[in-house]
Design a protein around this ligand. Structure first.
Ligand code: CP
Length: 310
């Protein structure tokens, strides 16, 4: 039996509020562990984990690797650019060959939405989705929710504005599912061309005026413009985007309240967020990164097949 209601972590859509509480409780424990002089526990010493990244990553990849090392797991890393994919091997063949070497868990990032769901129907090993195209990025949402909880002491009743390129963002969707289960109100904001049609059907508010969204919100999670995923330009130029939708100090200073500033990274300074907002004392961007290691340790521990009967 899994300690969560799921065998894999494919998305926050599939988690229930009890799962979220269990993950945050374990993250509290592991946050204490990684702040000790000796940051390592032997918990996963019998577990082998492959980090299989078909897309670029800095934070997620290093964070998972550190989480695995802190738990004493054996780890291997796969990069698509240096693999036999270049010679025509399929995704499923690649994964089955990795698993033949007695790997217990897979952390997978892929550009295709649904890649992790597809693999979960074909293989036995436990899968953690580290971002599948524009679909979900569950551990990012978990670390975002956990960071809000640590800063504000609660999530229920908070107003969270997700601002920027919602259309191409897996972070937005995973945050919407997780935050709603925790009782937050959510607003998405940005140019109409970067907000999915009918998004209100998910139970979120929509506001194209980012200043109005900031005035409404307790927390602003600002997202990167994902030019690499845009098939056609959603706005005339980055300069114009920055002028009308970028978050700057003047906008934040005009608010008659404290607001928490978040960003999942990577940041495009001067486009969706100015440096004097990203680096201000209202920003918890680096706390999010720090909390990511504890959250990923919690997820790995709670899903590890080698621990399920203990
Ligand atoms: N937030 C995030 O997923 O960053 P990376 O793409 O660097 O992993």
């Amino acid at each position: 039996m899994s300690r969560l209601s799921v065998k894999h972590l494919l998305g926050t859509d599939e988690l229930n509020s009890s799962d979220l509480g269990t993950i945050f409780e374990m993250a509290d424990h592991f946050k204490e562990v990684i702040n000790r002089p000796i940051k390592k526990v032997p918990t996963l010493r019998d577990t082998t984990i492959a980090n299989v990244f078909f897309e670029n990553s800095t934070r997620t990849r290093i964070s998972f690797e550190l989480a695995e090392k802190r738990l004493s797991a054996d780890t291997v890393n796969f990069s698509a650019s240096a693999s036999s994919l270049k010679k025509g091997e399929t995704l499923l063949d690649t994964i089955n060959n990795i698993l033949a070497m007695k790997v217990d868990m897979l952390v997978i990032r892929h550009s295709s939405p649904g890649a992790c769901h597809f693999l979960s129907r074909k293989i036995d090993a436990t899968i953690i989705n580290a971002g599948d195209g524009t679909h979900e990025h569950p551990t990012q949402a978990l670390l975002d929710c956990y960071s809000i909880l640590k800063e504000k002491g609660r999530i229920k009743g908070l107003k969270v504005a997700i601002i920027g390129d919602i259309l191409h963002s897996r972070v937005a969707l995973s945050n919407i599912f997780a935050l709603q289960k925790l009782g937050a109100e959510i607003m998405v904001s940005g140019p109409n061309t970067l907000i999915p049609r009918h998004i209100e059907m998910l139970g979120v508010k929509k506001e194209v005026n980012v200043q109005a969204a900031l005035e409404w919100a307790d927390v602003a999670n600002i997202l990167r413009i994902q030019l690499e995923r845009q098939k056609s330009r959603a706005f005339p130029s980055l300069r114009e985007y920055s002028l009308y939708y970028g978050i700057n100090k003047k906008m934040i200073d005009s608010l008659n309240k404290e607001i928490l500033i978040m960003h999942p990274g990577p940041i495009n300074r001067g486009v969706e967020i100015d440096s004097d907002v990203a680096d201000s004392n209202r920003s918890i961007i680096l706390d999010q990164v720090e909390n990511g290691v504890a959250i990923r340790m919690a997820v790995l521990y709670l899903l590890a097949p080698t621990l399920q009967n203990n």
